[in-house]
Design a protein around this ligand. Structure first.
Ligand SMILES: [Zn+2]
Length: 196
């Protein structure tokens, strides 16, 4: 028998951290500080890589879903923070299309610019806004690979009607990347990237 099911489960500390009440964060900085804190806690709790993401309703600031990097914990190369936040948001809202009928415009907030995989997933998800903390170059500086991304990736999203804003709380996001690298955290690129 081959496997026919995959389950994506956030580490237990995430629910404890967020609490039970609905969360509304009106400003970009507040939203980014939440995902940077998720990234930092993911490192400090030993549950994964130094990346966090969240899905908000753009206008109201209502938090819909969060993600942290679960690649190593989940034995799954696609479980980047952005992918986890997107699939959990789609599950929460009951739609594969976050631009679907009755769904307010959604914003993906990510502690670091998307890699090639997440960049590809963003237009399919239906999000209308993307907010990034650390730059791709910051991510690569600590050893992770971003994959084959077009240099004009921001323009490719904007052409599809997705507003992109970068460098939000960049220093705080970069500090988490460096904290992870300094602690000797696993750099889990594919074999093609590490040359092995
Ligand atoms: Zn990614």
């Amino acid at each position: 028998m081959i496997t026919d099911t995959i389950t994506i489960t956030l580490p237990p500390w995430v629910g404890e951290f967020l609490g039970a009440d609905e969360l509304f964060l009106p400003t970009a900085e507040e939203r980014m500080r939440l995902v940077v804190t998720l990234a930092r806690l993911n490192v400090e709790r030993g549950s994964g890589g130094p990346f966090g993401a969240a899905l908000f309703e753009s206008e109201s600031g209502r938090l819909v879903a969060v993600g942290v990097n679960l690649v190593v914990r989940g034995n799954c190369s696609i479980l980047h923070a952005e992918m986890v936040a997107l699939v959990l948001a789609q599950r929460m809202l009951g739609s594969f299309d976050l631009s679907g009928p009755g769904i307010p415009a959604c914003q993906l907030v990510t502690s670091a610019e998307p890699c090639a995989m997440c960049l590809g997933a963003i237009p399919w998800s239906g999000v209308r806004h993307l907010l990034c903390g650390a730059r791709g170059a910051d991510v690569e500086e600590v050893g992770f690979d971003e994959g084959a991304k077009p240099a004009e990736w921001v323009e490719t999203l904007e052409r599809r009607g997705i507003r992109v804003v970068g460098d939000c709380c960049r220093d705080e996001a970069v500090a988490v990347l460096r904290q992870y690298a300094a602690a000797g955290g696993a750099i889990y690129n594919g074999g093609w990237a590490s040359g092995s």
